[in-house]
Design a protein around this ligand. Structure first.
Ligand code: NAD
Ligand code: LMR
Length: 338
C-alpha cells in the first residue's frame, strides 16, 4: 500500500513538471511562499532567487521529500546578472515578491520610489530569459508595478497580456475570513468577488453579490468593506515596523500560483480574481483591472465582467477607477518616460 502511494506520488508521468521561480525568495513572503510551492506537486523544479539568503532557504527546503528540486541563486556581486538569468532560464511561472514592505503610516504608493526600479529590472531579466513565463506580481504598489512589467515586456517585444497577473488573492481570502466572522459561518466555503485593484479604495469587495447581502447592511456593511480595503493596515500596525502581511500573503500567492498551474494543466473552470490587462474599462483609459478571470493552458482564458452592483458599490467603483487610472499611468510613465 505504502509502496503504491509512493509510486503514485513520484511517478514522472503522474504530474506535469512545472518550473517555477520566486524572485525575492529570501524575504518575509518569499520564504513561506517557497515552502508552500515546495509542497505543491505540480512544481518539480523550484528556483529561488534573492539578493541575499536564497541559497540557505533552498538548502533547507530541499530536505522536504516532495517531487521537486530546489535551487538557490544569489548574485556574487551587485552587478552580476548570471544568477538571475540562471534562476529564470526557461521557467514557466515567475512569482515576484521582491521589494520593500510598508511601515506604519505609509501607503503602498510610498513604496513606489524603491520598488518600481526593482520590479522594472527584474522584468527586464524575465523578458530576456523566460519570455513565455506567466508573471505573478506581488510587489507593491501592485496597481503600478503590473503596468511597469507590461511596459518593460513591450519594450522587449515579448508582452503577452494573457500571462501577466497582479496578485490580488489576499483581498479575496481576507474577504472570506472577515465575512465568516460576521455571519459565524465556515470561512472555507465563503466566496466574495473582489474587483478593482490592490490598495485602499481601489479594493472593491462586492458584498451585494454574496448570499449574505440582506443580512449585512448599514454600519455592518460599511465596516466590513473598510476592513477588507484596509486589512493590510491591520497587519502593518500589529507588526509595528517589522513589515506587512507575509504569511497570509504566502498562502494567497501559493493559491493563485496553483490556480495558474491548474489552468496550464487544462483543468476546467479555474476562476480567480486577478489584476490583468483588461477590456472592461479600457474605453475610460483604465488598462488594467481586477475581476474574475478563467485561467487556462495559455494563461488568461476569459475575463469576466463584474456583474450587477448595488448603488453604493457603483459609487465606490467610480472612486476606485479614478485612483486606479492614476496609479496605472504612474507605472507606465516610469518606464516610457511620457
Ligand atoms: P521583505 O523585505 O521581507 O522581503 C523582500 C525580499 O526582496 C528581501 O529578501 C530582499 O532581499 C528581496 N529583494 C529586494 N530587491 C531585490 C532584487 N532586486 N532582486 C531579488 N530580490 C530582491 O518584504 P516582504 O514582506 O516579503 O514584502 C515584499 C513585497 O510584497 C512588498 O513590496 C510588499 O508591499 C508586497 N506585498 C504585497 C502583497 C499583495 O497582496 N500583493 C501582500 C503583502 C506584501
Ligand atoms: C496587504 O494587503 O497586506 C499588502 O498589500 C501589504 C500592505 O502593504 O498592506
Amino acid at each position: 500500500m505504502l509502496r503504491s502511494i509512493a509510486r503514485r506520488q513520484f511517478s514522472s508521468t503522474a504530474f506535469n513538471p512545472y518550473k517555477v521561480t520566486v524572485l525575492g525568495a529570501g524575504g518575509g513572503i518569499g520564504q513561506p511562499l517557497s515552502l508552500l510551492l515546495k509542497l505543491n506537486h505540480k512544481v518539480t523544479d523550484l528556483r529561488l532567487y534573492d539578493l541575499k539568503g536564497a541559497k540557505g532557504v533552498a538548502a533547507d527546503l530541499s530536505h522536504i521529500p516532495t517531487n521537486s528540486t530546489v535551487t538557490g541563486f544569489t548574485p556574487e556581486s551587485k552587478e552580476s546578472q548570471a544568477e538571475l538569468a540562471a534562476a529564470l532560464k526557461d521557467t514557466e511561472v515567475v512569482l515576484i515578491p521582491a521589494g520593500v514592505p510598508r511601515k506604519p503610516g505609509m501607503t503602498r504608493d510610498d513604496l513606489f520610489s524603491i520598488n518600481a526600479g526593482i520590479v522594472r529590472d527584474l522584468a527586464g531579466a524575465i523578458a530576456k530569459n523566460a519570455p513565455n513565463a506567466a508573471i505573478l506580481v506581488i510587489s507593491n504598489p501592485v496597481n503600478s508595478t503590473v503596468p511597469i512589467v507590461a511596459e518593460v515586456l513591450k519594450q522587449n517585444g515579448v508582452y503577452n497580456p494573457k500571462k501577466l497577473f497582479g496578485v490580488t488573492t489576499l483581498d479575496v481570502i481576507r474577504s472570506s475570513r472577515f465575512i465568516s466572522e460576521i455571519r459565524n459561518t465556515d470561512p472555507t466555503t465563503e466566496r466574495v468577488t473582489v474587483v478593482g485593484g490592490h490598495s485602499g479604495i481601489t479594493i472593491l469587495p462586492l458584498i451585494s453579490q454574496t448570499k449574505h447581502k440582506s443580512m449585512i447592511q448599514g454600519e455592518t456593511l460599511d465596516k466590513l468593506v473598510h476592513r477588507i480595503q484596509f486589512g493590510g493596515d491591520e497587519v502593518v500596525q500589529a507588526k509595528n515596523g517589522a513589515g506587512s502581511a507575509t504569511l497570509s500573503m504566502a498562502e494567497a500567492g501559493a493559491r493563485f500560483a496553483n490556480s495558474v498551474l491548474a489552468g496550464f494543466e487544462g483543468e476546467r473552470d479555474v476562476v480567480e480574481s486577478t489584476f490583468v490587462d483588461s477590456p472592461l474599462y479600457k474605453s475610460e483609459g483604465i488598462e488594467f483591472f481586477a475581476s474574475p478571470v478563467t485561467l487556462g493552458p495559455e494563461g488568461v482564458e476569459k475575463i469576466h465582467g463584474i456583474g450587477a452592483l448595488s448603488e453604493k458599490e457603483e459609487e465606490m467603483l467610480a472612486k476606485c477607477k479614478e485612483t486606479l487610472k492614476k496609479n496605472i499611468e504612474k507605472g507606465q510613465k516610469f518606464v516610457t518616460g511620457n
